[in-house]
Ligand binder design. Structure first.
Ligand SMILES: Cc1cc2nc3c(=O)[nH]c(=O)nc-3n(C[C@H](O)[C@H](O)[C@H](O)COP(=O)(O)OP(=O)(O)OC[C@H]3O[C@@H](n4cnc5c(N)ncnc54)[C@H](O)[C@@H]3O)c2cc1C
Length: 535
């Protein structure tokens, strides 16, 4: 039996804030199918705690939000993208509240009472609009609800996209017209074809051993786009969040930056403040600075964590302002009103991605990329806290305005999914072992602090592992685990290559052999498969 082909006008890959927001705009003009590899709620978006940055305070200005973003971005932000996002931010927040019913915290009970504004690292003003400390889950609730009710939108859960469909196989031209997708429940691969394909597959945290990201964040979109021939870049800029809870049962639990924003102090294990003499903003210094200082402290002291202390704050304020963090910590036996929290850094946000213009267009016709998977120029060499939900919505909105002109009518047929002689694997251990090896080597050699020697070691190892995975991929039937392993190992390889090309230290990329910033590298690192270096 041939591969089944499904058609819609737009195909959206991913159900985080970027995919959902885009789908709701595009559905006004035609049918939209959203493929998502797990439950629709499983996304980085659902885990976002802090909020969305936007200028609302009387003493704040758009210029100040732009200046903070550009300063933290360390010379690599694209000023036009930053300017647009900052200017549109207040309107977007209002629209999310009014049109989709997102419940942001307000200073009064009235519907239009002013927003409560949080403060986070790197921001010079209070400008983070939030819903308690569970902003992302509230966003997903509201947008998913609207998407499910929309007659033109179909959401298919447990559909893991395997690869993108290329026009080159149909008529020799460059372009994308959909994707192959594995139904995780049945093991069947179908083709989904569309006029426009939108990558909204989110982040890459699972490339690293320690991460704040949920299990779905396996860099699939970057890997698929690169395999199709789209340019990707700036992958050396992985943001490590300084404060994930250090507890054996707290898998990937983030302690929001807002905790430091409200006065939390980072301390060494002996109780002395860690950041006082390290940066003028102390514990509220930008994330890259804080993560590096914690990394250095752990290496120096041999301890396994540092402490985040809020015991000096009003004990009634803590559970009110941070109900999610407070209750999770309490479940784990830590009362943050009286005990400092043990914390460590972990891979958190991918600033690089699939290269796009300010409308989300990749370098491949018909393929759009929005949200964390995209490299739009908003974040430069380091993301300012709470600018990513904002960027995702701004880009999704822009892409929805131009997608009609960018795509083209898909062909009548798609080639059958070719399984070759693949059989069911009887050696799943090979997949598990390589998962662990890739993530460990990325953590150890391509982590917060890098060096030429570490990067070279990582390159050699990852090439060998990828060779093994390629052989396995041809011999055995695809499963979600195997597909994800193939993607994290390719993207790990691409991260190593980007890091090897940046012979300086800037923003999130720190190389002991080039500890200073070098103006010659004030540009994006761009990788293209057609160079033939990494296949
Ligand atoms: C713990 C945590 C806290 C954060 N806090 C904040 C914050 O306060 N403010 C802020 O601005 N940002 C925050 N961020 C970052 C922000 O949440 C993300 O950058 C943003 O939500 C990304 O949205 P997205 O739609 O691009 O991707 P995601 O929300 O990650 O959605 C990606 C979707 O794609 C699906 N997918 C992936 N691969 C495939 C595939 N092969 N096939 C099918 N589906 C696939 C996933 O299942 C998921 O549905 C935080 C991130 C984390 C992890």
């Amino acid at each position: 039996m041939g591969t089944e082909v499904h058609r819609s006008r737009v195909l959206v890959l991913g159900s985080g804030v970027a995919g959902l927001y885009f789908a709701l705009q595009a559905a006004e003009r035609g049918t939209v199918t959203i493929l998502t590899k797990s439950l629709p709620e499983a996304s980085n978006t659902s885990w976002a705690q802090g909020g969305i940055s936007a200028v609302f305070a009387d003493d704040d200005t758009l210029q100040s939000h732009m200046d903070d973003t550009l300063r933290v971005g360390a010379g690599l932000c694209h000023a036009d993208m930053v300017e647009r996002a900052v200017r549109l931010a207040p309107g977007i927040v209002e629209q999310l509240a009014k049109q989709y019913g997102v419940k942001f915290d307000r200073l009064g009970a009235e519907e239009d009472a002013p927003f409560v504004l949080g403060r986070e690292g790197g921001h010079s003003h209070r400008r983070v609009v939030h819903h308690h400390d569970t902003t992302g889950a509230e966003l997903v609730r509201a947008l998913l609800d609207a998407a499910k009710r929309h007659p033109n939108i179909t959401v298919l859960a447990d559909h893991m996209v395997v690869d993108l469909l290329s026009w080159s196989k149909v008529d020799g031209t460059r372009g994308c017209f959909g994707a192959y997708s594995l139904d995780v429940k049945t093991g069947v691969v179908d083709a989904f074809v569309a006029h426009t394909t939108v990558l909204a597959t989110g982040g890459a945290g699972k490339v690293y051993r320690y991460t704040s990201n949920p299990d779905v964040a396996t860099a699939d979109g970057i890997a698929m786009a690169y395999r199709l021939g789209a340019q990707v870049g700036n992958l050396e800029f992985m943001q490590f969040h300084p404060t994930c809870l250090f507890h054996p049962e707290a898998k990937s639990f983030l302690v929001s930056e807002a905790v430091r924003g409200e006065g939390g102090i980072l301390r060494r294990k002996d109780g002395t403040p860690l950041m006082d003499d390290k940066h003028p903003m102390g514990s509220l210094a930008p994330r890259d600075v804080v993560a590096r200082e914690i990394d250095a402290e752990l290496k120096r002291s041999g301890e396994s964590c540092v402490l985040l202390d809020v015991t000096h704050l009003d004990p009634e304020f803590i559970p009110k302002r941070f109900p999610g963090i407070f209750s999770r910590c309490l479940e784990l036996g830590i009362d943050m009103r009286t005990q400092p929290l043990p914390v460590v850094p972990a891979a958190h946000y991918m600033c690089g991605g699939v290269k796009v213009d300010p409308w989300g267009r990749t370098t491949v016709p018909g393929l759009i990329a929005i949200g964390e998977v995209a490299l739009s120029g908003m974040h430069g060499a380091c993301r300012l806290a709470s600018n990513s939900l904002l960027e995702a919505v701004v880009l999704a909105d822009a892409a929805a305005q131009i997608e009609m002109e960018f795509g083209r009518e898909p062909p009548a047929h798609a080639s059958d999914w070719d399984e070759g002689d693949a059989v069911q694997s009887d050696e799943a251990v090979m997949v598990t072992a390589n998962w662990e090896e890739v993530r460990a080597l990325m953590w150890n050699f391509v982590g917060i602090v890098r060096s030429n020697k570490r990067l070279e070691r990582a390159r050699r190892r990852i090439e060998l592992i990828r060779e093994e995975i390629r052989e396995y991929y041809v011999r055995f039937r695809v499963t979600r685990d195997l597909l994800e392993l193939r993607n994290i190992s390719l993207v790990g390889h691409l991260i190593v290559e980007c890091a090897r090309r940046r012979l300086e230290s800037r923003g999130l990329h720190y190389n002991l052999d080039y500890p200073a910033i070098d103006p010659a590298f004030a540009r994006d690192t761009v990788l293209d498969k057609r160079e033939g270096l990494i296949t």
